[in-house]
Design a protein around this ligand. Structure first.
Ligand SMILES: *Cc1c(COP(=O)(O)O)cnc(C)c1O
Length: 431
């Protein structure tokens, strides 16, 4: 299978190249040239298959030429070594909890799979890869945890000093091994600027294989299709119409679902739910895509003003707006509405949601008809947002033991200025 760039200005590449490069040189995004279809036998057997078996088939169809079935099995079992529970919230609304991985957010699926695939390709290649990640919170820890201990890979995380939550900072600065955290005296944009400048710096590129491992890497997208197929398999006998509601920011999670549908999972439709950053709902309503500066909200992982996977959505539907709106509905909720949703569901059904998940719940409530089945993707554990959630429900939110341990560890971060020259000398000196 070859992977093309959505900008179509560079030749297609193998999966290995697409994964190791991350982004094509023409600034497009990689997608498989042909989207394979699940066999009818597979679709019939679905309800009896485990999550790992479903993931293996999804991966095999796309990358079997480059990673053997046996190696894929190992990668999948190792990457997804946590539960993927589905709970019924009430009536026809079910929640797929994607937050049982090490960083308690759905990004663990993409980051852990990508890390193992990169590690696999680097084994037969003596390149050492240096991954630079600018993070405003969650992405950095998911990527770093994913790559923890993977040979041939060094990770440098850059986060803005004083601008991430205490829990997030502990998650970023206590990892150790092949992960170094830099506490940058600046904003998230400064961190991102340092990383972007590094990618363009000739001296650094001569000495290092720099990679970004960002959310648009194709190896992060692919595993995000597996859990749609899995959830579908568990609820397919409930009704004819199955809708997924996806709390959305950069649309990576949504694209995973679109891929599952293209591969033959008969999902009826999707709801892309956003916060006040309503670029996607506005596009779905008006056909106008107008990126804006992002607005800060209490669902901060969705504070995105220019969704980076948008061109993948267009390509997956051959740029046909009518086809897009037939499959995807949009909706947005502001912070007050989000708070009300958290209170309502906790009060009414004893189910506690993080602000992102609450927005998804609001989306399902709005669009779901009786007789339909709705699956809400829960993207983070509510305890990660306890400062927001606790005053709403007037109860303490329990922190799982694995996070408690991280909170108690000693922070290890290297102070860094926002000057590129300082960052560059650091990279040279620490190599
Ligand atoms: C990243 C993230 C999202 C948004 O996912 P996209 O793939 O960027 O649309 C939603 N919720 C949480 C908790 C996240 O970390």
């Amino acid at each position: 299978m070859q992977f093309y760039s959505t900008n179509r200005k560079v030749p297609s590449v193998s999966f290995k190249e697409a994964v190791l490069k991350g982004l094509p040189n023409d600034n497009g995004l990689f997608l498989p040239e042909i989207i394979p279809h699940f066999s009818s036998e597979f679709l019939t057997e679905l309800p009896g298959l485990t999550f790992h078996e479903i993931a293996r088939e999804g991966a095999r169809l796309i990358i079997e030429e480059e990673i053997s079935e046996k190696d894929l099995k190992t990668i999948i079992e190792d990457a997804f070594n946590f539960d993927v529970p589905i709970n019924n919230v009430h009536d026809n609304i079910h929640v797929l909890e994607l937050f049982h991985g090490p960083t308690l957010a759905f990004k663990d699926f993409g980051a852990r799979f990508m890390a193992r695939v990169m590690g696999y390709f680097l084994k037969s290649d003596d390149r050492e890869i240096n991954i630079l990640v600018a993070t405003s919170g969650d992405t950095g820890s998911a990527v770093a945890q994913g790559f923890l201990g993977v040979e041939g890979i060094k990770i440098t995380l850059l986060y803005p000093k004083g601008k991430v939550s205490k829990i997030q900072e502990q998650q970023l600065t206590t990892i150790g091994q092949n992960v170094t955290a830099l506490e940058v005296d600046g904003t998230f944009d400064d961190c991102q600027h340092l990383v972007k400048t590094a990618f363009l710096d000739e001296e650094l590129n001569k000495k290092f294989n720099l990679s970004s491992a960002n959310s648009i890497n194709i190896a992060r997208l692919l595993p995000q299709s597996f859990y749609y197929t899995y959830a579908f398999s568990r609820l397919m006998s409930n009704s004819e119409n199955i809708y997924f509601c996806v709390p959305s920011g950069n649309l990576g999670n949504l694209c995973g679902g679109l891929l599952a549908k293209k591969m033959g999972i008969p999902i009826t439709g999707f709801i892309a739910a956003s916060n006040a950053n309503d670029i996607v709902p506005t596009y779905l309503e008006t056909q106008k895509f107008s990126p804006k500066a992002s607005i800060q909200t209490i669902s901060n992982a969705m504070d995105v003003g220019n969704p980076s996977n948008f061109s993948r959505v267009l390509d997956l539907y051959d740029h046909d707006y009518q086809k897009i709106i037939a499959d995807i509905k949009g909706i947005s909720f502001n912070d007050d509405e989000t708070r009300t949703l958290i209170k309502e569901v906790h009060g009414g059904y004893k189910y506690l949601m993080c602000p992102h998940t609450a927005i998804g719940y609001g989306g399902l409530k709005h669009y779901l008809k009786s007789g339909d089945t709705g699956i809400l993707l829960s993207t983070a554990h509510p305890c990660k947002f306890k400062d927001i959630v606790e005053p709403l429900i007037l109860e303490k939110v329990e922190i799982p033991l694995r996070l408690q341990r991280i909170i108690e560890k000693e922070k290890q971060a290297i102070p860094m200025t926002k000057e590129f020259a300082d960052f560059k000398s650091f990279l040279f000196e620490s190599s």
